[in-house]
Design a protein around this ligand. Sequence first.
Ligand code: 5CA
Ligand code: ZN
Length: 403
Amino acid sequence: MRSWSAPNVPRLPGSGLPLRLYDTAVREIRETAPSGEARMYVCGITPYDATHLGHANTYLAFDLINRAWRDAGRDVHYTQNATDVDDPLLERAETTGQDWRELAEREIQLFRTDMEALRILPPREYVGVTEVVGQITDLIGRLAERDAAYELDGDVYFPVSAAPKFGAVSGLPEETMLELFAERGGDPGRAGKRHPLDWLLWRRERPGEPSWPSSFGPGRPGWHIECTAIALGNLGTGFDVAGGGSDLVFPHHEMGACEGHVATGEWPFARAYVHAGMVGLDGEKMSKSRGNLVFVSRLRETADPMAVRLALLAHHYREDWEWTPEQLTEAEARLARWRAAVARPAGPDGVAVLAGVRERIAGDLDTPGALAIIDAWAGAEGDDAAAPGLVRDLADALLGLAL
Ligand code: 5CA
Ligand code: ZN
């Protein structure tokens, strides 16, 4: 599919530091992308409703990674999917009397305009699942050749017993896995499965549902295999970062990593698993199924998208936090202060600001720390005539803020 348009990214003097990120799978902060092109896969939206602030916060975190790698001189190969056929999308289309394809296309288009407004760098490949069903069925075929697939009433499952690395990403005990699997699209209670945690690879056609032909009969893909196939097809194995919100650690990224491992024989599937925290509203995770949403497109009607971006940047990406309208008001005031400060003829030493912000970002994306450095600069006087231009450029290149 078409991606979205890229904002201009100014080049900064010198070079950024190697980026260190918290890896969910090893539970520590480590250096990423040690050599060559940096490769990243981020799980995209299920397009049945508009982009909310939780989505925006997650894509912003990976945008900062993209920008930090580029600043450190790396080429970045970034791939993202859109889950453009899935149960909640089909249900929403059904209850609202819309064609599921039109619903998906409309929400994907709104997502693109939201991402552009927030100045999120586009992926090189933006891939709808429905575009690559053939690649997905090929991958299921490879799993079947390795005895990592079995049939149950026409549906095809991955047997967890075929995955030697199962548990490596989330590190969770089986009891917790079972709970999360049931909450997040899995079917631990289905009779006839070999193990409750076996997961769906291919769902045979049900009446009224879209389907594609395959050697397992007509049907549609299971969720995890979609992202595994799209990541493998574009990035290969051993790519640098697999990412999404923390609600994807289990089962999605766990099961996807196992599919990649068993299909290719190579491990790790991704070198680092990076997860953004959950944004909530009124005490609950913001989610389409709960309906407690603040839409980016709605906020944009009255607010400067740069203020929305700055409000999100005020939180560390791994933090779980709750949205309040006051945070936007504070971000608007901060944005005005910064804009006034970069419009001055001179300010305090800009080179020190660049070094400080680079250091904070390289240390697991410490955006609150980076914002504090710019706050201090904006609040002080100085005679460095190059500083306002440099701070404007670094806020743009590293934080994605057009001041
Ligand atoms: N299509 C799948 C991934 S393959 C999916 O999870 N779609 S989604 O529309 O539900 O979420 C899109 C992205 O936003 C995912 O990375 C998800 O982890 C993240 N996300 C969803 N809700 C929130 C939230 N409340 N706060 C932060 N991130 C969220
Ligand atoms: Zn995914």
